[in-house]
Ligand binder design. Structure first.
Ligand code: HEC
Length: 285
């Protein structure tokens, strides 16, 4: 989206909400919305909320057919009836980071709040401003049906300010907005991540087979250089020349933004972090 388009969308959102609407009296600044779009990129464009057959950006409806029931990704556009338009910024923040909806119901943790809960205050504020700036779409998604209660997770408070660079930034992105861990760490039967296989790949969401991205030489990506990993995140091309497929392609391509829009510094920080996690032997393919 060009700066002009962002400005136009902000103006439109402001006109819709009016001075007394959920946006603050002055309306979010174009700068805040642009920063929020970048946070959205680091989250892979929140691509589960825009499945290929979605009505439009963030309109939801991706079906997760799990052995414990069926869940659909929700409409997170600023439509007041079917989306998040009537929620305050604090309510949107709570849903993203803690899985708590304004009506006190809990989101099923297929919405990766275990990781999104790490998004720092300064970045979540921007992300929420961006989510509220896009076109509202009226579209209801089917209700979920679960055979088990929603598991309760303890979500530690996020930090106020996101790390700006270096290894800390890489760990923050991989274990936060980028939610690499969500897909690349297999789950146990109770749906909790199997940390003995941290980032070692295996069965992932939507019947995907997530790769082993630990530095293990034969079964992981130990032979990739940091530059190659960073390049892959921004282009989807592997050192072998092969292209990313499945859900990895989805998060790299993203929606209005995705991993492909990561800055060189952020992609390099994630690559550097991946080199520091324990190498685990786990042959996925
Ligand atoms: C929505 C799920 C999902 C998320 C989020 C995700 N991945 Fe992946 N990733 C996959 C799947 C599935 C594959 C296997 C497909 C492929 O290799 O093209 C994969 C493949 C990869 C590969 C290729 C490894 C190889 O041996 O070919 C790398 C590297 C990678 N992911 C890194 C990351 C990093 C780093 C992040 C976080 C910034 C991340 N992924 C987030 C699902 C995901």
């Amino acid at each position: 989206m060009t700066a002009r388009r962002v400005a136009a969308v902000v103006a439109a959102a402001f006109a819709l909400n009016g001075p007394t609407g959920p946006a603050s009296a002055a309306g979010p600044t174009t700068e805040l919305v642009a920063r929020g779009k970048y946070v959205f990129a680091t989250a892979g464009g929140c691509a589960c909320h825009t499945p290929p057959d979605a009505v439009g950006l963030n309109a939801g409806g991706m079906k997760f057919d799990l052995f414990i029931g069926v869940v659909y990704s929700r409409n997170i556009t600023p439509d007041p009836e079917t989306g998040i338009g009537a929620w305050t910024d604090a309510q949107v923040t709570n849903a993203i980071r803690r899985g708590e909806r304004p009506d006190r119901s809990k989101l099923f943790p297929i919405h990766p709040y275990k990781y999104l809960g790490n998004i720092a205050d300064d970045e979540i504020e921007a992300l929420v401003a961006y989510l509220k700036s896009v076109t509202p779409i009226k579209s209801s998604v089917p209700a979920r049906s679960l055979k088990i209660p929603v598991p309760s997770l303890t979500i530690p408070a996020a930090s106020k300010v996101a790390p700006r660079d270096g290894l800390a930034r890489g760990a923050y992105l991989a274990g936060g907005a980028g939610h690499c861990t969500e897909c690349h760490t297999p789950r146990r039967f109770d749906f909790s991540p199997d940390d003995a296989k941290f980032l070692a790949g295996g069965p992932g969401p939507q019947r995907s087979r997530a790769a082993n991205i630990t530095p293990h030489g034969e079964t992981g990506i130990g032979r990739w250089t940091e530059t190659q990993i960073a390049l892959f995140l921004r282009t989807g091309v592997k050192p072998s020349g092969q292209e990313a497929s499945s859900l990895m392609k989805t998060v790299i391509t993203g929606t209005s933004a995705g991993f492909k829009d990561l800055t060189e510094a952020d992609a390099a920080a994630i690559a550097r972090y991946l080199k520091t996690v324990p190498a685990i032997e786990n042959k996925v393919r």
